[in-house]
Design a protein around this ligand. Structure first.
Ligand code: PLP
Length: 372
């Protein structure tokens, strides 16, 4: 008897697994592979979590989260996007939000538009639900155009997954671009998921959201990156009033899967919604500049506007080949094939110390020169 369900067979983790295996052989590595901030959670947040646990906030919450937190987040969304009465569901991080959103919308065969390169889970979640990933090639500048989207729309297109600032490219879409995308989505009645997990990490302008222009958008956010708490598993989904039915379906899925987001951490976030993280953002802007300035000559990369990644063309053209050599030179980066249908670029996460960044730049540039 084969006990494994077909839906999991279509998930291939071999690319990244191979990299981790190679990484085990590294000595004195510069690790540019981590998709999480390198700063600790702020003290008041930690204190609030400890207090919540000792004050016995350890039971279930309502499925959609504690009402005070939902109300505060709804108010924030209302102010930012001018959405009247949005519904908020507090989720298990952004991954939880994605799973609930996709479970509630994707039928087998439904087409989901995904700008390529993409956050790796999008592809696997859609595949597991028997949806069809339709990739929008955004190379070489990783910008999105309404024309590219229009070319890929069919009667089966249901959803567009947007992520800005983006993983792995660091791209921040402009308001103008998002307006054009909103128009085409409107014309074809396409629902948009806006993954805003890196919204605070935007270095040259505040990151616009398509939600400002298009109310057929489901906004997904999380505290994982901005508050340095990826292990807390707290995120949220904001749903416009006209999609209350959809919100209810997502809540039903949560009821029978995650049940609720972790209660003490919901309390801690509620007590700290206005944390000032500008110090960290300024430090990350500096890291972005160091990476861009350090690599632009040898690699000719696009300047990332946000998140904490750069997506860099691989000298020689094969990312897997370049990454293998980078690992032999004690720099851990991830080949583009993990995030893309192509394997021409590699991802750097610069969420590490400035000292490591300088060391990594030197090693990568020395290696690039061998390809010239
Ligand atoms: N979306 C994007 C674009 C991400 O980069 C990540 C994490 O790296 C997630 C979602 C998942 O975030 P979480 O840890 O909150 O589930």
């Amino acid at each position: 008897m084969d006990y494994i369900a077909d839906r999991t067979r279509c998930v291939d983790a071999s690319g990244i697994r191979r990299i981790w295996q190679m990484a085990e052989t590294m000595t004195d590595p510069v690790n540019f592979s981590i998709g999480a901030p390198d700063f600790p959670a702020p003290e008041p947040l930690k204190k609030a979590a400890v207090e919540a646990v000792s004050q016995d906030y350890n039971g279930y919450t309502l499925t959609a989260g504690i009402p005070e937190l939902r109300a505060a987040l709804a108010e924030q969304i209302n102010q930012e996007y001018n959405w009247n009465n949005p519904s908020i569901l507090v989720s298990g991080g952004l991954s939880g939000a994605l799973l609930l959103g996709l479970m509630a919308t994707v039928n087998p065969g439904d087409e989901v538009l995904i700008p390529d390169p993409y956050f790796v889970s999008y592809r696997h979640l859609v595949n597991m639900l028997n949806g069809k990933c339709v990739y929008l090639d955004t190379y070489p500048d990783f910008q999105l155009s309404a024309e590219k989207i229009a070319e890929k729309i069919t009667p089966k297109t249901k959803l567009l997954l947007l992520n800005s600032p983006a993983n792995p490219s660091g791209t921040v879409y402009s308001a103008q671009q998002l307006k054009a995308v909103a128009e085409i989505a409107q014309k074809h009645d396409i629902l948009v998921f806006s993954d805003e997990i890196y919204r605070d990490f935007s270095y040259d302008q505040s990151a616009p959201s398509i939600a400002q222009f298009y109310d057929n958008t489901i906004v997904m956010r999380a505290f994982s990156k901005a508050y340095g708490v990826p292990g807390w598993r707290i995120g949220y989904i904001a749903v416009p009033e006209k999609h209350t039915d959809l919100f209810n379906q997502m809540a039903t899925v949560q009821q029978y899967t995650f049940v609720c987001a972790p209660h003490p951490f919901q309390r801690a976030i509620l007590a700290n919604l206005d944390l000032d993280i500008s110090q960290h953002i300024n430090a990350y802007r500096e890291k972005r500049d160091m990476i861009y300035d350090g690599l632009k000559e040898d690699f000719g990369l696009v300047k990332p506007g946000g998140a904490f990644y750069a997506f860099v063309p691989a000298p020689g053209g094969s990312a897997t080949e370049f990454v293998t050599q980078a690992i032999q030179n004690n720099v851990l980066v991830i080949p583009g094939e993990v995030f893309s249908q192509k394997d021409t670029h590699f991802r750097i996460s610069y969420a590490t110390s400035n000292e490591n960044i300088l060391k990594g730049i030197e090693r990568l540039c020395n290696l690039a020169k061998k390809f010239q």
